[in-house]
Each structure stands twice: as C-alpha cells, then as structure tokens.
Design a protein around this ligand. Structure first.
Ligand SMILES: CC(C)(COP(=O)(O)OP(=O)(O)OC[C@H]1O[C@@H](n2cnc3c(N)ncnc32)[C@H](O)[C@@H]1OP(=O)(O)O)[C@@H](O)C(=O)NCCC(=O)NCCS
Length: 148
C-alpha cells in the first residue's frame, strides 16, 4: 500500500532516501545532510512530503507555505520520484497531498516551475490542473556564478 506523509524525524531511512533521490533531480546540488534535513523538518514554513510503500521510500516533494502582504501562498519544490517507481502515480499523489495541505493551511495559490525539457514533470503538473502563467521567472545568482 502506498502512503504519503510529512516527515517528522530524520531517520536513517529518510537520510538514505534523500541521498538516493536528490541526484535524480540535480547533479549540481549535493543532497542535504542530517542537520539540513532537520532544519527543513523543524521549519514552520516547509513540509517534507514523502511517499512510501512496503518496499521503502519512493519519492519526495517539499512544500513551502508563507504569508506575504497579498495573502498566504505556497510553493512546491524538489519533486522527485525514484526511477524504479515512476509512472505509477507517486508524483501525482505527492502533489495532491501537498496541494491539500497548502489549502488547508490557508494558501490561496500553489505555484511551481519546471523546465520545458522536463517532459514527464510538465505533463504531470498539467494533468493535475496546474495552469501555465504568463510571467517571467528570474533568478539572481552570486556575482561569481553569473554568466556561467
Ligand atoms: C516528474 C516525476 C516526479 C513524475 O513522477 P511519476 O511518479 O512518474 O508521475 P506519475 O506516475 O504520478 O504520473 C502522473 C502523470 O505524469 C505524466 N508522466 C509521468 N511520467 C511520464 C513520462 N515518463 N513521460 C510523459 N509523461 C509522464 C503522465 O501524464 C501521468 O499521468 P497519466 O498516466 O494519467 O497520463 C518523475 O518523473 C521524476 O522524479 N523525474 C525526475 C525529477 C524531476 O524532473 N522532477 C520534477 C522537477 S520540476
């Protein structure tokens, strides 16, 4: 049976799973260590969603819920399903759990971004009901990284 939950402690299983999953999303950002995972779990703004079955952890997603002058907003980040578990609805389950949590905590919108080259992700988000916004996404990097 597949179960989606919010991580509440930094177990060895969680550390191993995040170490296995993060490189499947990003090769440039090393997986968080125990302290960094604890920080995510302890934060009032973030919720580390995990999905597992009886074989182990299958995927993860991080939801951030925050208040700004225009209301409570939410962002979904770092959606990753293990290669071996893809195409079985795990990504959808994680997103649906996060959206429900965001709305039940007062969020009026849930946002995310995904590079166009991430075909599976873009298809997943559209199927769930995310609608592409007409906006530009900007990023400011430290000067030493600019232009690289
Ligand atoms: C994107 C990702 C999270 C999808 O997870 P998943 O568990 O395989 O997705 P699901 O099984 O819930 O699929 C839901 C929908 O996504 C789409 N989808 C999933 N895998 C797909 C693939 N390989 N190709 C095209 N569409 C795909 C389908 O539309 C599917 O719905 P449908 O079966 O009703 O058509 C997973 O592929 C992944 O971790 N990729 C690497 C990391 C990544 O790109 N993360 C997103 C960062 S923005």
């Amino acid at each position: 049976m597949v179960d989606t939950y919010i991580a509440t402690d930094v177990s060895d299983e969680l550390v191993e799973a995040i170490r296995r999953l993060v490189p499947q999303l990003s090769r440039s950002n090393p997986p968080p260590d125990r302290d960094a995972l604890q920080e995510i779990i302890d934060s009032d703004c973030s919720a580390l969603f995990m999905c597992r079955d009886d074989t182990g952890i299958l995927g993860t997603l991080t939801l951030i819920v925050f208040r700004i002058p225009t209301g409570v907003r939410a962002w979904i980040e770092d959606v990753i399903v293990d290669e071996a578990a893809r195409g079985k609805g795990v990504g959808r389950l994680l997103n649906e759990a996060a959206i429900e949590h965001a709305f039940s905590h007062g969020a009026i919108t849930v946002d995310l971004t995904s590079r166009p080259s991430r075909e599976a992700a873009n298809r997943l988000y559209r199927r769930i009901g995310f609608v592409e916004r007409d906006t530009n996404v900007y990023r400011f990097s430290p000067p030493e990284q600019q232009g690289s």
